[in-house]
Design a protein around this ligand. Structure first.
Ligand SMILES: C[C@H](O)[C@@H](O)[C@@H](O)C(=O)CO
Length: 469
């Protein structure tokens, strides 16, 4: 639920305002009802804005409630300087909303206000139409979700377990830039804490986790790389990280893993999968975005996708391009959130399709990798990357595809079978993608969130780059 401020801007001539006040007020009633109907809290200015003094005072009153987003309503001709004063008293994201009506010139009021705001470089969104029309309401809700994501980032903390993995420049970001652009602080935590604390997890808790995985997923012990003890070590690591998340008040995280833990302790695949999942062996829980290889811009992208969609977010390597099918194998080095196996609310339904395989030669410390084939469906794929120090959000639409067990296996065996795979058709030619995409990792959520991402970028002053389509 978002908190949404609402002000109606009117005509500054008292005799005109008097005649149109009821109409303007009823249009505001309709907007408030539509937003409340969509589950949001609406903070309305007590008075319509029909003077310069009311512009400032009413906007200040609304701003005191610290709304996630403020809507200026234009259902009548509105003096543009009222919008300028009200915007100045509105610190957060702003949307101008006008009706399309031949009698009352609300649209022209919105254009005059919008142009004025453009002149001073004040970022704002614009929506037009009747909020009773679901399509108009949906366009307004795009701005609500984007504002919630931007507001949700500000004041949050990323937990960075370990440092730069295997020389990956793209996994490391400038913390000054993170704070100034996104409002996110970074807490550095040594991976030693995971090792140390994992030993303190009670045996009974680790055993219960292992038994739950043995019951619901398909565990392939081999007596070497994957044993019950190693699986319990992974479960202990999960609880150790959960404890650190609580202690440091972390909102999202990344774990380096390679090479220290994957060579000498165990992989973080179980930890990362179930942090990203909406459940673990102890029951339902909120998702906690966690990026493999402590990839900072991956985690930040995932956190934005989570705040926009509310869903678990996929982290993947752009691992292979099957040119014959024009599809991509988005496989991560050991885990995807298990939710992606069937995208069911019932963990058992997802885990039925999950195989825990012994880790491959890259990871001599062993443990289980979390294998499954992502269930089919439309996706938004995205990634924050940087060009010459400036952030850009690279976005592409696509779909996960399923070809049946036999073909899925044949495709998965061409790369690392034991890892999870999301066979992805992307709405971008391979040449364009490979020549422009700025990272080895990509992230995805079900559905179409391109419009939300575009608004998030406008609010954060990040370049928006749609690939393909
Ligand atoms: C095989 C490597 O160790 C992998 O971890 C590597 O493919 C990556 O995941 C790079 O992002």
């Amino acid at each position: 639920m978002a908190r949404i401020g609402l002000l109606t801007i009117s005509d500054g001539r008292d005799f005109v305002h008097r005649d149109i006040a009821d109409w303007a007020r009823s249009s505001e009633d309709a907007i408030a009802a539509a937003l409340e109907g969509a589950g949001h809290e609406v903070v309305r200015a007590p008075e319509l804005v029909s003077s310069n003094a009311l512009a400032s005072s009413q906007a200040r009153l609304v701003a005191e409630a610290r709304p996630d987003l403020t809507v200026f309503n234009y259902s009548v001709w509105a003096f543009p300087h009222f919008s300028m004063l009200a915007a100045d008293a509105t610190p957060g994201p702003l949307v101008l909303l006008s009706n399309i009506d031949p009698v009352q010139p609300g649209m022209v009021g919105m254009l005059a206000a919008g142009g004025s705001l453009d002149q001073i470089g004040r970022v704002h969104g614009r929506v037009w139409g009747d909020v009773a029309d679901p399509a108009t309401l949906e366009r307004l809700l795009v701005h609500v979700r984007a504002a919630q994501a931007v507001g949700g980032l500000r004041g949050s903390t990323f937990g960075r377990f370990g440092g730069r993995p295997m020389g990956m420049y793209t996994a490391v970001a400038n913390t000054d830039q993170w704070l100034s652009t996104f409002g996110v602080d970074v807490e550095e935590i040594d991976q030693w804490e995971i090792v140390r604390r994992s030993e303190l997890v009670p045996d009974s808790r680790a055993r219960a986790g292992r038994e739950w995985l043995e019951k619901h997923a398909n565990v392939h012990y081999d007596g070497k790389q994957l044993t019950p003890e190693l699986l319990e070590r992974q479960i202990r690591s999960y609880h150790a990280v959960r404890e650190l998340i609580d202690e440091w008040n972390l909102d999202f995280s990344g774990i380096k893993g390679q090479p220290e833990l994957t060579t000498h302790f165990t992989t973080m695949d179980i930890t990362e999968a179930f942090l990203n999942d909406p459940y673990d062996w102890e029951g339902p829980k909120p998702t906690h975005v966690t990026a493999t290889e402590s990839d900072m811009d991956a985690a930040l992208t995932m956190q934005i996708l989570k705040l926009i969609s509310g869903d678990p977010v996929l982290f993947a390597d752009v691992r292979h391009y099957h040119a014959d099918r024009d599809i991509w194998d988005m496989a991560n080095s050991g885990q995807h959130a298990t939710w992606y196996a069937a995208r069911s609310d019932d963990p058992a339904e997802n885990l039925r399709r999950v195989h825990l395989y012994p880790e491959v030669f890259f990871f001599p410390a062993g443990g289980a990798s979390v294998h499954h084939i992502a269930a089919p469906g439309d996706m938004t794929l995205a990634r924050l990357t940087r060009h010459s120090g400036r952030y850009r959000m690279q976005v592409v639409r696509g779909a996960f595809e399923d070809y049946g067990d036999e073909v899925n296996e044949q495709l998965a065996r061409q790369s690392t079978f034991e890892w999870p795979h999301a066979f992805t058709r992307m709405d971008v030619p391979a040449d364009e993608f490979l020549s422009r995409f700025g990272a080895n990792h990509i992230h995805a959520v079900p559905g179409d969130y391109v419009a939300e991402l575009e608004q998030v970028c406008r609010q954060l002053d990040v370049d928006f780059q749609r690939l393909g389509g």
